[in-house]
Design a protein around this ligand. Sequence first.
Ligand code: GLU
Ligand code: MG
Length: 433
Amino acid sequence: MTQRGHFLFLGHQDLSGILRGRSVPAARIDEAMANGLPWVPANITIGALNGLPPDNGFGPMGEIRFIPDATARLTLGGHADGPAFDLVLCDARQMDGRDWSCCPRTALKSAVRDLHAATGLTMKVAFEHEFTVHGLNQPNHIAFSLSAGRVVAPLGQRVLDVVERAGFTLEQFQAEYGQSQFEISSVPADPLTAADRTVLTLETIRDTARSLGLRASFLPKPALDDVGNGVHIHFSLWEKDKNVTAQMDWLTERSAPFVAGLVAHAESLLPLTIASANSYARIKPHAWVGAYTCVGTRNREAMIRLVPRAAAADGANPNASLEYRVTDATANVYLALTAIIRAGLAGIAGKHPAPPNVQQDPDSFSPDERRALGIRALPATLESALTPQAQADASRWLGPDLAAAYFSCRRNDVVEAAPHTFDALASKLSLVY
Ligand code: GLU
Ligand code: MG
């Protein structure tokens, strides 16, 4: 790729979903691309309010290295008031180049390898991100309207210019339902590519909005009386070049145990896919999020929606995907995908039977009906999601070092959130996410 930036920022998404790193001037870009830069292990645990968890496990010791991946690089345009920046995503490795046990990007690579080794399956992933744009000049946000789409078009066009110069594009960019809420969706790709492009795209949106005097925020729940900013992870399972996700608008023999694993481990997935104290205010019934542990074809109140799309004459759904709806932008995207793959693999290993296809709002069942269907309400707060079982599963899925560091971050989030009202915390976190 042609070098365009005056600086190169070597970045790494930390355990609170925040991209952090350091930059070098143009003259040092080639060297930094080849050899990376040193980094401080404890930094991956810095929280959204910049606090370091007291029990982060690293303390002041140690050194790791950011090693850039040239395939995950783009150039953020020069602003009126600042130079062009290249941004490249990095693995965090040990100083001698070996894998580091706490690198989320490395954890995802190994989950993808294990999925293929154990099952022969590969996965394609696409993300939908909802976000709020502050500072737009629109008297009224009409949901899904052309007018709202036109108001945000200058931002959308500049974002597309940046990502297309880097060799990829977006599937959609549109107005959403909430106040000044918009949504982007990405094009399906292998899990690592999809995750990298998502991190690059979010940074591009934030950066480009700033250059236009706007502010883009992916905070999950900006206000209690408005809908949330969700992240939906669409994924499909493939046997060579055949999509084996769905058949006759329902799960197949290949996908059913994988999905059953997600439903069975829902409570352990949650702290890994929605990370902040603010996040849990979004997970409520009747908000089209999915507040219960269930899966349903075309059901937007289920935690997992099967999207069969068109069926072929033999009932095959060659374009089907599963939409995991209880994620948001406070999660580390690599760990969210790692956890989904690991929980799915646990379902396959345990030969879990297909879950029931829930065809109504799960909140409309009586508690007894839900119990009979094995449907449970998801934890309502971050604190209640941080159970010993969730940490034990995370330890198995991510390795004990990474899980311990991750849970120290989430416990610190609980402590840091405690003195704040909902609105006070939301306004602080809105400036971060
Ligand atoms: N805003 C909803 C959420 O928080 C999603 C609405 C939709 O289905 O697009 O996840
Ligand atoms: Mg949406």
